[in-house]
Write a protein that binds this ligand. Structure first.
Ligand SMILES: C[S@@+](CC[C@H](N)C(=O)[O-])C[C@H]1O[C@@H](n2cnc3c(N)ncnc32)[C@H](O)[C@@H]1O
Length: 272
């Protein structure tokens, strides 16, 4: 197992997902399966298979092909008309487009991604879907380019495991949400029995395995960031002891007292 700096890992992630976006844009197939991206070789545990036919029909084909998530946050996050939603790591835009439709013309859906190629693909998909209340922002999820208390719901699909500073991501989620705001995230999550090294033995970092938090780490991190009603529910196994999961929480209406969560940055590139 090699150790890699956080910057190198983030650059590797960016390059991998830029390749995925290019593959879809050039019409050479679904987003880089087998290339070590989140879907790896398994299109039943990751990607468009996790959306029902009605949802798949509501977005352009390129958005479903670019889907690299490990769940369907739009199915678990309660979205109401007129609300503002933020999708962390929006990729080809599938969850932003579906959210924009759910919150309606008086609502707004932001997609945030660091990869230019994904942002371009998402813009194109949103335009093709006829969605006007979607805004795609370039930036990193560890430093969200939105003001405090400006969002009602944060969603994300298989991205937080890719962050090299998960404590910063959870703190940013708490900062941008209004008090009482909700989190509905899909992510890969490890059983508590697996050490970080054991997670890294089961798959790569860019493949959404090595960087997965455990259930206890996720819950403690969210609580330390100022969230309540935290739940982490496994939906399907993606590797031995690692699962697609739904993570839910509500931002407390009273400020957090114990500061930043103490999740260690993960900088092991993992296997494969
Ligand atoms: C596994 S894909 C998931 C994309 C999308 N959520 C979906 O369900 O198809 C990961 C996406 O997150 C983006 N990403 C990864 N780490 C990021 C970070 N630290 N900040 C912003 N975007 C990031 C990548 O560029 C890529 O588009």
């Amino acid at each position: 197992m090699s150790t890699t700096s956080a910057d190198e890992l983030r650059e590797e992630v960016r390059r991998r997902y830029a390749d995925s976006a290019r593959a879809v844009g050039e019409g050479t197939g679904a987003a880089s399966c087998g290339g070590g991206s989140c879907c790896a070789d398994d299109r039943t545990s990751f990607g468009e298979a996790l959306y029902d036919s009605e949802q798949r029909g509501a977005v352009p084909k390129a958005a479903t092909l670019a889907s690299l998530g490990c769940g369907n946050p739009t199915a678990v996050a309660e979205l109401r008309e007129g609300e503002t939603v933020l999708d962390l790591g929006s990729g080809g835009g599938i969850d932003v487009i579906l959210s924009a439709k759910r919150v309606g013309e008086h609502g707004l859906a932001y997609g945030l991604d660091m990869t230019d190629e994904m942002l371009a693909l998402a813009q194109q998909n949103a335009q093709e879907a006829g969605v006007r209340n979607a805004i795609f922002l370039k930036g990193v999820i560890e430093q969200v380019p939105l003001p405090a208390s400006s969002v009602d719901v944060v969603i994300s699909n298989c991205v937080i495991n890719l962050s090299t500073d998960k404590a910063a991501v959870l703190a940013e989620m708490a900062r941008v949400l209004r008090p009482g705001g909700r989190v509905g995230v899909s992510d890969v999550v490890a059983e508590d029995r697996l050490s970080p090294d054991e997670r890294a033995e089961r798959g790569s970092y860019v493949g959404c395995i090595a960087g997965a938090l455990s259930v206890a780490e996720y819950a403690a991190g969210l609580e330390a960031a100022g969230f309540e009603e935290v739940s982490v529910e496994f939906t399907h196994e993606v590797a031995d002891g690692l699962h697609g999961a739904i993570v839910k929480a509500v931002k407390s209406t009273t400020p957090a007292t114990n500061g930043l969560p103490t999740i260690q940055p993960v900088v092991s590139a993992g296997c494969c």
